[in-house]
Write a protein of this length. Sequence first.
Length: 205
Amino acid sequence: MELPSAALERAVSELSRLPGIGRRSALRLALHLIQQGEGRMEQLAEAIHNLAEQTTLCGQCHSLSDTPICTICADTRRDPKTLCVVEDVRDVLAIENTQAFRGRYHVLGGLISPMDGMGPNDLKIDHLLERVSAEGSLEVVFALSTTMEGDTTAFYLYRRLQPTGVKLTVIARGLPLGDSLEYADERTLSRAVEQRVPYEQTIKG
């Protein structure tokens, strides 16, 4: 469908690049913004600009932050000896919503996936090993998706971390196989975090 405005066409084109937003949904959003008026659009544009200019990665855990060290890493009430390893910031948010974990996080920035060209060197694995040693971690929790890529990554981390002697656990498999953490309901994810088990139990037999 040809749109009556080049500006509208560009807005629809850009909005439709967002995950889960097709062209029709993008058009509805663009028309809604037009109806809201110029002031509302300027506020949205400013918020997106600030998102690009002001957000960065935490220098410690690699989650999103407005400051060099994120609020979770800077929180002295968190257990600094327990690290929860996740794929990306969406998993941090999902686990935080459960309020079941009071340690700190380490965001890998992806999963090992040769099909997607992602190998161990593309992830924040070496820094994880450095943190475990430098921070004297007592437990590392694998909270990765129950997919082939998640399992492959967890096993690789297990092989790298096992010689350190740190306790290695994995969240309980109350999650459906093949699912990402971000899609789990809070109650299921909370129970999975609280009932984590030694990683070795998941690879024996």
